[in-house]
Ligand binder design. Structure first.
Ligand SMILES: *Cc1c(COP(=O)(O)O)cnc(C)c1O
Length: 410
C-alpha cells in the first residue's frame, strides 16, 4: 500500500517536534496508576471527586443491583427511538430534573415568575440524556439550527473540539470571540446585521486547558440586551465540582434558569459515561426528532444509567469533597503562581503549569514521574504554540501526604 509511506512520513514529522500522540499503557489501583511497573499518584485524571477511584462505592453499587433484574442490561441493542430506551434511562432524566429543581428552589436569587418575563425564564427545563459529551456537542447545534431562521453562532475562542465540530456541522455563519472577552462579544452582536434572526452564544463554563471560568452573569446580561440571543453553556468540567448541589457554575452563579441549553457530562466528576442537556420541553421534543447522534447511535446500556443514577443520588452529599478540592486547588495555584515562568489564569482545580517549550514540558513531566506523580504534558495543537504545559488536576481522592509530596516535587 503506497499510501502508508505518506502516513509514516507525516508521523515522523510529528515525532521530530515531540508532538506524536500515543495511547499510554496503564492500569489502575485506587487513585493511583501503574505505568511501566511504577505506581504513581494520578494528577491527570478528570475524576474530580475521587469517585472512579473508590472501590467501596463500586462494591456498594454492585450489591445494590439485583442480578436477576432483566431490565438492567449490559447492552441496549438499538437507538432509544427504536428499542434502546430503558426504565433506568427515563428515571435518570427524572432524577436530573429533580436535581435541577432542588438547586433552583434553594437559590434565593431566582426571580419568581412575573407577567413581564418571557416563558423561557420561568418554565422548568426538561433533561435529555446522550451517550457522551461528544455526542451532545456534535449534535445539538446542527439540530437546534435546523429551522428556517438565519442564525449566527458566536463562540468563545477556547471551546472544546466537540463544540467546534458541532458548529461546523450546523453550517451556520459563525464568529469566534477572543477568549472570555465580552467587549469583543458585544461588538460582534452589535455588528450582526438585521438579517440574523437568532444569535447563539456558545461557551464552556470552566475551560479545560486554562482552568478559568466564563462570566455567566455577564453572559446573561448580554443575552437580555438583545432579544435574538440564546445561551449554550457546556459545564463538562464544572459539574460535580461547583455549586452547593454540584450542578456547576450556573448553579453557583444563580443563572440556571437563564441558560437555554445547559450541557453537562457524566464522564468526569460523575465517573460514568454519558451527557445531558437541560432545555425547554419543546426543544427536547425537537431534539428527539432532529438530533442525529441521538437518533442514529445505540443508547448506552441500562447498567451504565443505573450507575449514573447511583452517583447522582450521592452528588449533593459531596459537599466536603468539593471543599477539600477547592482548598487543595487554591494552595496549588499559589505555588504555581510563585514558580511558573508564564502566568496562568486558573481559578479552579485545573491548574496549568505553563513551561513554554515542548522539551521543557516533557522534562518536567519526567521529573514529576520520578517523584511519583503521573502528570501529562499538553502540547500544540491542543494548546497554542509556545504554551506547552503540564495540566495539574487536583482530585478529592488525593491524600494530604500525597499533596504535600506534590508541592515539594514542584
Ligand atoms: C470532556 C469534554 C467533552 C466530551 O465529553 P465526553 O463525555 O468525554 O465525550 C465535551 N465538552 C467539554 C468541555 C469537555 O471537557
Amino acid at each position: 500500500m503506497s499510501m502508508l509511506y505518506h502516513y509514516q512520513q507525516q508521523l515522523d514529522k510529528l515525532n521530530q517536534v515531540q508532538q506524536q500522540r500515543q495511547i499510554p499503557s496503564l492500569s489502575h489501583q485506587g487513585s493511583q496508576v501503574i505505568v511501566d511497573k511504577q505506581t504513581l499518584v494520578n494528577i491527570s485524571s478528570n475524576d474530580y471527586l475521587g469517585i472512579a477511584a473508590d472501590p467501596t462505592l463500586q462494591q456498594q453499587f454492585l450489591s445494590s443491583i439485583n442480578s436477576s433484574d432483566t431490565n438492567i442490561r449490559f447492552g441496549s441493542s438499538s437507538s432509544r427511538l427504536l428499542t434502546g430506551n430503558s426504565n433506568e434511562l427515563e428515571q435518570l432524566e427524572h432524577d436530573l430534573e429533580a436535581w435541577f429543581a432542588t438547586a433552583v428552589s434553594a437559590d434565593t436569587n431566582v426571580k419568581q415568575p412575573t407577567n413581564e418575563q418571557d416563558n423561557t425564564d420561568t418554565q422548568m427545563p426538561s433533561a435529555l440524556v446522550f451517550n457522551s459529551g461528544y455526542h451532545a456537542n456534535v449534535g445539538l447545534l446542527p439540530a437546534l439550527t435546523k429551522l428556517p431562521l438565519k442564525t449566527l453562532i458566536l463562540s468563545d475562542q477556547l471551546v472544546h473540539a466537540s463544540i467546534i465540530d458541532g458548529i461546523r456541522l450546523s453550517r451556520c455563519d459563525y464568529q469566534i470571540y477572543r477568549h472570555n472577552d465580552h467587549q469583543h462579544l458585544r461588538e460582534l452582536i452589535n455588528a450582526a446585521g438585521a438579517e440574523y434572526q437568532r444569535i447563539i452564544i456558545v461557551t464552556e463554563s470552566l475551560f479545560s486547558m486554562d482552568g478559568d471560568y466564563a462570566d455567566l452573569i455577564d453572559l446573561v446580561a448580554i443575552k437580555h440586551s438583545d432579544a435574538r440571543v440564546e445561551l449554550y453553556v457546556d459545564e463538562a468540567h464544572a459539574v460535580g465540582v461547583l455549586g452547593e448541589y454540584g450542578l456547576g457554575l450556573a448553579e453557583q452563579t444563580g443563572t440556571l434558569m437563564q441558560i437555554d441549553y445547559l450541557v453537562g457530562t457524566f464522564g468526569k466528576a460523575f465517573a460514568s459515561m454519558g451527557a445531558y442537556v437541560f432545555c425547554h420541553p419543546t426543544i427536547k421534543a425537537w431534539l428527539i426528532n432532529n438530533m442525529r447522534p441521538l437518533i442514529f447511535s445505540t443508547a448506552l446500556p441500562a447498567i451504565n444509567h443505573a450507575w449514573t443514577r447511583f452517583v447522582l443520588a450521592k452528588m449533593t452529599d459531596y459537599v466536603s469533597a468539593r471543599q477539600r478540592l477547592h482548598q487543595m486547588s487554591s494552595h496549588l495555584r499559589a505555588v504555581i503562581a510563585h514558580i511558573s515562568p508564564i502566568s496562568a489564569v486558573s481559578d479552579s482545580h485545573i491548574v496549568p503549569y505553563i513551561l513554554g517549550t515542548n522539551a521543557a514540558t516533557l522534562a518536567k513531566a519526567m521529573q514529576l514521574r520520578q517523584a511519583g506523580f503521573y502528570a501529562l504534558p499538553i502540547r500544540p495543537p491542543t494548546v497554542p504554540k509556545n504554551t506547552s504545559r503540564i495540566r495539574l488536576i487536583i482530585n478529592a481522592g488525593i491524600s494530604d501526604d500525597e499533596f504535600e509530596k506534590l508541592l515539594n516535587a514542584l
